[in-house]
Design a protein around this ligand. Structure first.
Ligand SMILES: [Ca+2]
Length: 471
């Protein structure tokens, strides 16, 4: 009798410490949900009243909101280059395309240099399974595809969803849908794309629950042209844009459920954020910020950020410390027990002390630089943001004009409405010094920076079609 009673206890002692040790030593899984053009005020937990986002809102209640989180540019390609490399777009020369466009276009000359080390490569070296489901937008030529940048697998439309035959301004090849490096469909039904991405993501989670994984889910939506499946089309209070947001919210709920059902809820850190602010035209909101996609106003670059990791990140927490997509690579690396590449400059920092609410954890950024295309337009330093004096080029019938420097205290004036440069000469001077530092390091307009690195280039780009077999 005594043996029977003690046996389960022995088993318990043998099994449980091993399980606990495994849980403690196993690095966390990562899921990064990255929306396209979703604005600061587009989800409920950041103040939206016209979009129903109960699953993302639940993520925020069970996790943390960062309210001063930035993408590094108001448009797609530069923003994504920072998420992947931990560097400013000019550092890796992805601030413009090879022909001077503000993002990469199909049949591009340029791509993220294969010699750059992406967050996927950092994690893969630690034994992570890696997948991307969605929009890549860092090069459409074979050497630049995600399967050459640390991702084991890829499923998605590789660039913006308006860059297909439906775009009457340009002669683009049919919009491709890729699996790994092969075009498996052209001009896919975009109303089904969020659902298909979600199914792919859930399937990846289910089949990789027993090993550390990194799942990057850059949605095609709500970039224009917006579309949603039957269950969401016409159902929101904000037209097609709201439908697309509400389907992304459903998708996020599916991801949360899949993680829970796989029994890895407490071992999985999930991020929800966006690549830039909402555009002026399509129904999105950046409230209470001013400005839109494509600008260096807060509305162009400050994005909503929610992170959830039950048992490790406190439920219902939030921080207004300045952080950026630059910090994703260093932070995920640190939490996985490794570090970012040490053979090159990395602009981001490990923000896990902020996420874990370590005492006195503050922003690791002395300055944050707001570039648009090749130009340094603004700098943030603590609560202060200085829009630098600059020449605004001629546009249409509006002549070129010189605009003076403008200073805002974002803690008191988040909408950048009252220029107080005249009252704070010392602050202006300090930020101008920081701007000079960025100019010499990263460059500005035609002035190259001392520590920029080249983008990848091909001499003879070709369309991604079903018949092209990669090199
Ligand atoms: Ca975008």
């Amino acid at each position: 009798m005594r043996i029977i009673q003690t046996l389960p206890l022995c088993l318990f002692l043998l099994i449980v410490p091993a399980t606990l040790a495994e849980a403690a030593s196993r690095p966390p899984n990562y899921i990064v949900i990255f929306c396209d053009d979703l604005g600061y005020g587009d989800i409920g937990c950041f103040g939206a009243e016209n979009h129903r986002t109960p699953h993302i809102d639940r993520m925020a209640r069970e996790g943390m909101r960062l309210t001063s989180f930035y993408s590094t540019c108001g448009v797609c390609t530069p923003s994504r280059s920072s998420l992947m490399t931990g560097c400013y777009p000019r550092r890796v020369n992805m601030h413009e395309d090879g022909r001077g466009g503000w993002v990469l276009f199909p049949v591009g000359l340029k791509g993220l240099n294969p010699s750059e080390i992406t967050v996927a490569e950092v994690l893969k070296a630690e034994g992570y399974a890696t997948a991307i489901v969605g929009k890549w937008h860092l090069g459409d030529q074979p050497p630049f595809l995600p399967t050459r940048q640390g991702f084991d697998q890829y499923f998605g439309i590789p660039y913006s969803n308006d860059m297909g035959v439906g775009n009457r301004n340009r002669n683009y090849p049919p919009l491709p849908l890729l699996r790994d490096d092969k075009v498996i469909e052209t001009e896919p039904d975009q109303a089904q794309i969020t659902r298909r991405y979600t199914e792919e993501a859930v399937s990846f989670i289910e089949s990789h629950k027993d090993q550390p994984f990194f799942l990057y889910l850059p949605h095609t939506m709500p970039h224009n042209p917006v579309a949603a499946s039957e269950a969401f089309a016409g159902k929101s209070a904000n037209g097609g844009y709201g439908d697309a947001i509400e389907e992304i919210d459903w998708s996020t709920g599916q991801i949360l459920d899949a993680v829970k059902q796989a029994g890895i809820d407490r071992q999985t850190l999930i991020i929800f954020t966006s690549d830039n602010g909402a555009a002026r035209a399509w129904g999105g909101s950046n409230k209470p910020l001013s400005g839109f996609k494509g600008s260096t106003m807060e509305g162009g670059m400050r994005v909503p950020f929610v992170v959830r990791w039950p048992g490790t990140i406190h439920a219902g927490s939030e921080s207004d410390e300045l952080a950026a997509t630059l910090d994703i690579l260093p932070t995920l690396a640190a939490l996985a027990g490794t570090e970012p590449p040490t053979d090159r400059v990395i602009d981001g920092h490990d923000i896990s002390p902020i996420l874990l609410q370590k005492r006195r954890a503050t922003s690791p950024h002395e300055a944050f630089y707001y570039y648009f295309r090749d130009q340094l337009q603004a700098v943030r330093h603590g609560p202060w943001k200085l829009h630098l004096a600059r020449m605004v080029p001629k546009r249409g019938n509006t002549p070129a004009r010189q605009v003076p420097a403008r200073l805002y205290n974002l803690d008191e004036d988040i909408a950048e409405s009252t220029n107080i440069a005249g009252d704070h000469a010392a602050v202006v001077e300090k930020i101008q010094e920081l701007a000079e530092r960025a100019r010499s390091d990263l460059g500005d307009r035609n002035q190259p920076g001392a520590r920029q690195r080249p983008a990848g280039r091909v001499a003879d780009p070709r369309p991604l079609t079903r018949s092209v077999s990669p090199d």
